[in-house]
Write a new protein. Structure first.
Length: 242
């Protein structure tokens, strides 16, 4: 029987943690009558510190804001809008992370980890659309967002959905889009053009999670050299019938 050496275990753990720091995404799902925030990668649904949810914004079909609170549970966060929303946005601030020479990720900036070899701050965003015909409000709170250019609930499985990716409010070119983040998180479906636009195939009759991520260089910051952004767009591919 082969024995795994401690050094190899350390490297494997570091790789797993690095995946959580950079690769993990954020989306929302309705479970047991509640809107739950999901932090994971593909089929993974990981526990996380609920205080990392930095904001949630709910809107009715006309684009008017609905009061929403964040219920911070032991291992995740639940979103509680005052009434059923047509549109919902959420943000997670994963904090600054630094990688030490021995491949340990520490949840602090490089000013507190002076021997770090890599430093970044990651943010996760998600936009959910629940009602047909919903008017999208301004979503300046989402520093990276996938905006559907037609009503995604009316497209249907197997058909292309026109989207536009904005980063810091501006069209983002060359961004790879994953059409089914939960089912095939490594399968790129499309890449945005010079105007930030792309066509993404609607994969599922049930929940669709389209995702994108980008790493941006940061200058003049004592704690980080990279800002990592992840964003998702979620909607049902076909109307639900009892």
């Amino acid at each position: 029987m082969r024995t795994v050496k401690p050094a190899m275990l350390t490297a494997l753990f570091a790789a797993m943690l690095a995946g959580q720091v950079q690769a993990h995404g954020l989306w929302t799902e309705q479970r047991r009558g509640h809107i739950e925030t999901i932090y994971g990668h593909g089929a993974e649904d990981n526990a996380f510190k609920a205080e990392k949810i930095s904001g949630a914004w709910a809107y009715d079909a006309a684009g008017k804001m609905i009061p929403a609170t964040v219920q911070r549970l032991e291992d995740h966060a639940r979103l509680l809008p005052l009434k059923n929303p047509a549109v919902l946005g959420v943000a997670l601030d994963n904090g600054a992370w630094s990688l030490t020479p021995d491949k340990q990720w520490i949840n602090q900036g490089r000013s507190k980890v002076p021997n770090s070899t890599e430093s970044l701050h990651t943010f996760k965003y998600s936009l959910a659309i629940y009602q047909e015909g919903a008017k999208l409000p301004k979503l300046d709170q989402l520093k990276m967002v996938i905006l559907p250019e037609v009503d995604p609930l009316k497209v249907g499985p197997g058909k292309p959905l026109a989207v536009r990716v904005l980063v810091d409010g501006k069209p983002a070119a060359g961004v790879e889009l994953v059409g089914d983040y939960r089912g095939a998180p490594h399968q790129v479906s499309a890449t945005t053009d010079a105007d930030g636009r792309a066509q993404v195939l609607v994969r599922n009759e049930g929940l669709n999670i389209i995702s994108a991520s980008i790493d941006l260089p940061v200058k003049g910051d004592k704690d980080i050299e990279t800002r990592g952004l992840f964003t998702s767009l979620t909607f049902l591919g076909a109307a639900h019938h009892e």
